[in-house]
Design a binder for this molecule. Sequence first.
Ligand code: ZN
Length: 463
Amino acid sequence: MTTDRHVLFAAHAYLPQGWRHDVLLEWNADGMLVAVTPGSPVPAGTPRANGPIVPGMPNLHSHAFQRAMAGLAEYRAQSSDNFWSWRDLMYRFAARMTPERLAAIARWLYVEMLKAGYTSVCEFHYVHHAQDGSRYGNAAELGQCVVDAASQAGIGMTMLPVLYQYSGFGKREPRPDQRRFLNTPESLLDLLLTLRRARPGHGALTYGVAPHSLRAVSSASLHTLLDGLDAHLPGAPVHIHIAEQTGEVEECLAATGARPVAWLLEHFNVDARWCLVHATHVDEGETAALAASGAVAGLCPTTEANLGDGLFPARPYLDANGWIGVGSDSHIAVDWRSELRLLEYGQRLTLRQRNVLASETRPQVADRLFAAALAGGARASGRPVGALAPGQRADWLVLDGTHPSIDGRKPDDWLAGVVFGEHGGSPIVEVHTGGRCVVRDGRHEEEAQAYADYREAVSHLLG
Ligand code: ZN
């Protein structure tokens, strides 16, 4: 720890208690906020923010390599296209990945995330091995490429190596096209520790694990994985795909007699360290029990809409004080504003009502969703992010106060303009992570080179 202090004065900043004016932010050389003082006089010579500032959004679910195939499955390939036919295409794509291509794709993706105002990402990383399924000399080769891409782009990361063992309930044999994903709990923990030795955690990097889904692990292997994790990283985040598809709910019922969320809650101590990604198909009892657990429901509305998954019952869940966060998952969209907008619009279209996800205490729907996604995204990431407060990472976004979606409005209406307004591009003009400006005037410092490398990688993948 060093005593070096950096300061910024913001005429308006969104603090945990809401919009405040004349806010002085102070952070240290480690990129952590040490003081946030509203109603402050402007100390002479203090730099001023170029617009209102809000905390950066954590992205709680990403499969980086899928960025390169976003938009390539938007045509009818079979008489009935569904999630599983999309997955076959994704597997063919994964089979062609190399360390160099993955590094280039991930770096460009993280540049896009930063430009969109995501300042950290939980990477659910499951392509581990070489094309023939054999281990790389460095077992964590591909994970290391992704971690390095994040640090080059300047985005915070929670790296979650994925345990994938089976192709379905009842320990079904994996398919040949899943061979790059496969591990035992022991080999996955080895891979995690190898990666952590090569790239130790720091202020912008932490680790957890991701059992892929109840389809892909057994109860025994999940216990082994969690015990092993706690021996090395007690309390580290655990993410799992839980109930994305009605087909997997039916298979889980047939195999275990319970629905996936109900089964997990009954057999494991699911608490605040857990993130249940795509908790899409939950009944009333599961909705209440998941909310009470303190786990985060990881919602990816644009991917879930794109894949035809279904709609999460967000209103009863939020009304029961359930935790949510958003992720860009398959990266068909890389924009938290789109995720929050679609989260609310899905409810409106289904219920034929407006402002469905507002509450009595937070009547502004954009404000409620923004605050909820910051808090839940931070909880899922296991990092001190998501708020402008002492002890938190110095991650924030500067808005363009003259943007047509917010110009001339009162601060309490700004988030509605940011989330629901779709007028001429993003109102986010600057992005700071760990106190460092990585996006200025809407452009990332590494943008041109990152895109050239991405373009090259994609041309080989598609060639
Ligand atoms: Zn996913």
